[in-house]
Design a protein. Structure first.
Length: 313
């Protein structure tokens, strides 16, 4: 009795490349009616496991009201206008279609849900080596966590971008930056020389130690290079010590290692360790220790209770 909402989709589909719509092998959701109109057993068997490359204009997979990707449950008015469940809850008059104003109960639109769940899209970081494909409405979630999201070379004039592993290889091979393999909790010494010192642990984490000479002395900063700007997971301690006139002098600091993708170069507004010029000598070294932060992540309780503004009916 309802107008078939597939029509809205069919008119937008063009056969090109890029997206995959798997046919006939989607999982059943609980509560979904069993009847599949127009599919007999033989037909289903023939299509089982089949997939084809099609191109979909992605905006048909977005809620026409909030423009976020449609995800089940999806609802339609009696005419067939689609709305996502979040927007439906915000309708000032839940019995009136926001689009055609027809008086209507909104019903689940299982057909569209099935289509939406069948569309797989490649991660935007495919060019950096991510082979992950996700359901369209989960793409954003994956990309927020994608381990192969790019970080960037901070060298002026260099446009290299890639995963931290590729970036590490690039720093060493193309810029010849000094490199030390670190073990968490173990100290090592680096020369107080201007330039970038690359550190990495065998777990794949990449760190940079940047030394800049200023008129007043030597400024050291340190970073964890990673695709997501997460809570600091590492700490760094730096110690500078020397003997002068038979007296031992030392200064040390310990701080959280800020994370950066280096998209804007090496940050200049983070923790700085300063060695005054008058104490610098040619063979000065700084002791460096990288360790995992013990700070437990406090899980933030997400409150999804945004005081919704009603969608006019
Ligand atoms: Zn919506
Ligand atoms: Zn309508
Ligand atoms: Zn990815
Ligand atoms: Zn570079």
């Amino acid at each position: 009795m309802y107008k078939n909402p597939f029509d809205q989709f069919r008119s937008n589909w063009l056969v090109r490349n890029g997206l995959e719509m798997s046919a006939g092998n989607s999982k059943k959701r609980q509560g979904e009616p069993h009847q599949e109109v127009g599919e007999d057993d033989g037909h289903r068997k023939r299509k089982s496991g089949a997939a084809t490359s099609v191109t979909v204009e992605l905006d048909v997979l977005d809620c026409p009201v909030c423009l976020d990707p449609l995800r089940p449950p999806i609802f339609q008015c009696s005419v067939g206008h689609i709305i996502c469940s979040t927007c439906r809850q915000k309708l000032i008059n839940p019995k009136k279609c926001h689009y055609c104003s027809s008086k209507s109960d909104f019903n689940r639109c299982y057909g569209i849900e099935k289509i939406v769940e069948s569309i797989q899209v490649p991660c935007s970081n495919a060019k950096y080596g991510c082979a992950e494909k996700t359901i369209y409405y989960e793409k954003e979630y994956h990309e927020k966590e994608c381990p192969l999201a790019p970080c960037f070379c901070p060298e002026m004039g260099c446009s290299f971008a890639g995963s931290t592993q590729l970036l590490l290889e690039h720093f060493i091979a193309d810029h010849n930056w000094r490199f030390t393999k670190v073990t968490y909790g173990w100290s090592f010494h680096v020369d107080v020389q201007e330039g970038v010192h690359v550190l990495s642990n065998e777990d794949g984490h990449l760190f940079l130690l940047n030394v800049v000479l200023e008129p007043f002395g030597c400024v050291v900063s340190a970073f964890c290079v990673q695709p997501q700007d997460t809570e600091p997971k590492f700490r760094c301690s730096l110690t500078f010590s020397f003997w002068k006139n038979d007296l031992f002098n030392s200064q040390s600091s310990e701080f959280e290692l800020p994370s950066t993708t280096l998209s804007d170069g090496i940050p200049s507004d983070r923790f700085l360790f300063i060695v005054p010029k008058s104490y610098l000598e040619e063979d000065n070294k700084i002791s460096v220790t990288v360790k995992k932060s013990l700070k437990s992540l406090i899980s933030s309780v997400s409150t999804d209770g945004s005081a919704g503004t009603g969608i006019p009916s």
